[in-house]
Ligand binder design. Sequence first.
Ligand code: PEP
Ligand code: CO
Length: 458
Amino acid sequence: MSWSRGSWRSKQLLHIPEYPYPAALRSAEDRLKNCPPLIFAGEVRHLKSSLARAADGHAFLLQGGDCAENFEEFNTKYIRDTFRVLLQMSLILTFVGEKPVVKVGRVAGQYAKPRSAATEIVDGQEILTYRGDMINRPEATPEGRRPDPERMLQAYFHSAATLNLLRAFATGGYADLFRAGRWLLDFVGKSAVRKKYENLARGINKTLGVMRAYSQPDIPEMIPAANQVEFYSSHEALFLPYEEALAREDSLTGDPVAGSAHFLWIGERTRRLDSPQVEFLRGVINPIGIKCGPGADASEMEKLLDILNPDNEKGKITIILRAGVDKAEQTYRQLFREFKGSGREVLWSVDPMHGNPKSDRSGTKTRMFADILREVEIFIDVCRGEGVVPGGVHLEMTGKNVTECLGGSDRVEDLSGSYDTLCDPRLNASQSLELAFEIAERLSAEQKPLLHRTSGRF
Ligand code: PEP
Ligand code: CO
């Protein structure tokens, strides 16, 4: 079957709600089709080559951000704080883990969510579930939950403004390595993580100072990477009216490009071979992530790769494993063994968030820092044991001082302080930095399997 940007419409729609006024949806799509794309084909190619390096073990993919971005939390401080934590994590991974880091935010478009049920009962009334700010509102009322096509345009403009700020931060001096010591967020307090980070930043400054003293040209001229970073956007390609409306042709080659983000992924719920999301993604040149849970079967995954990456291009596919701490070891080992010898070019990454849901005593959704850390450790160890490159990590995190995941050395012990997520619980800044140190140390450690080490860490 030939591909077009609208060929997904012939499939059975998954996680795409019906709109009460289809003409209003079409009008919003038409206006979006006239808007400039958010990203450009050259950037997409550049990212793919960086991901290819990560697949070979010469770089590491750090992908992170909100479970669901929302219009309410949108402001300069929020965007800057998330970006800053990602930069700090990247610094830790680069200097402790000794690998360049490919930085990809779950940002500037992560506004649509898959839900396990289309409706829910609130105060005895059945209403539609919240599906992300691109589609409806979080308020649990029939009006709030009605899909509103104008929100698709709002999502576009929020994404454009977010990306504009991020591009300015990434290249305008904010990301300058000399500022690394000043990227500390106030609330990290006096914790051990903060001290560790301060020491690292001091060490880097010293090294750069020595290099500056010995160099004729200034450091930024000598290593442009010292004052600029590459930062990419990503989201789940779920809501296809938005994706189709932003699909463009590369003016140089004519290749179709998804213009909504550099990197798009397919979720655990939409990776079926005949899903409309797979149909849309098979036609665009962007790098693609595939979430892969405990039920994943290698032959199914290989069929998916035949569809999404028929030329077996390196850097094109990232498989994001998310089996959960109890099933991770067995699932990952089996998958790696079955893939071995297939010759498939894949970057393996791990999402230690979505397989590890827990509830606290009141039934509020949370995740344990210890489970998150443990799943990453298992991933790295199983990769090493099987001769596979542990190429990346995919996290739900924020720069805000939230109390949504329990544990970590700053000991979040209950969720009551600041539980703000509209969807899944996120790591806060301190937990994110702590995790980055742990991952970096693990990556740089002697490559012997540490699978059976017992950890008393919370
Ligand atoms: C997500 O990344 O927010 C998500 C819903 O993940 P998954 O598809 O892996 O459940
Ligand atoms: Co989530």
